[in-house]
Design a protein around this ligand. Structure first.
Ligand SMILES: [Zn+2]
Length: 122
């Protein structure tokens, strides 16, 4: 499915949402690299088996975190080897991410700049 078509597709099942998320993610990564930045993987999937009860008790991850639904990824952003930690550092990438599909959500909207998710609203 080409991007213009994908943009108009509203995935309703969790599986379809996960697959569209993965279709779009490489476009974000390519965009980041095209601007001269680099990324490493932060948190991706958080298994409820590992992080469910414990995660909630220790504050590691909201009970309904999109990471637990395979619909969120945290990206560690670098420019010239410098690790960029501020939400604003991610802004141009977050806005690009949001432009890819109506369901793309950037964590910068809720003070979590390195968090990119699909279908999330807060
Ligand atoms: Zn996150």
């Amino acid at each position: 499915m080409a991007l213009p078509t994908l943009r108009k597709f509203t995935p309703e099942t969790l599986g379809d949402q996960q697959r569209v998320f993965m279709r779009l993610l490489p476009r974000l990564l390519d965009f980041i690299h095209s601007k001269g930045y680099e990324v490493t993987l932060g948190d991706g999937y958080r298994s409820p088996v590992v992080f469910g009860g414990i995660g909630q008790a220790t504050g590691y991850g909201h009970p309904s975190s999109y990471h637990k639904s395979r619909l969120a990824i945290d990206l560690n952003l670098f420019l010239d080897g410098i690790y960029l930690v501020h939400t604003d550092d991610h802004r141009k990438f977050g806005e690009y991410w949001e432009s890819l599909h109506p369901m793309c959500t950037w964590g910068g909207r809720f003070n979590d700049g390195n968090h990119y998710s699909f279908g999330e609203s807060r």
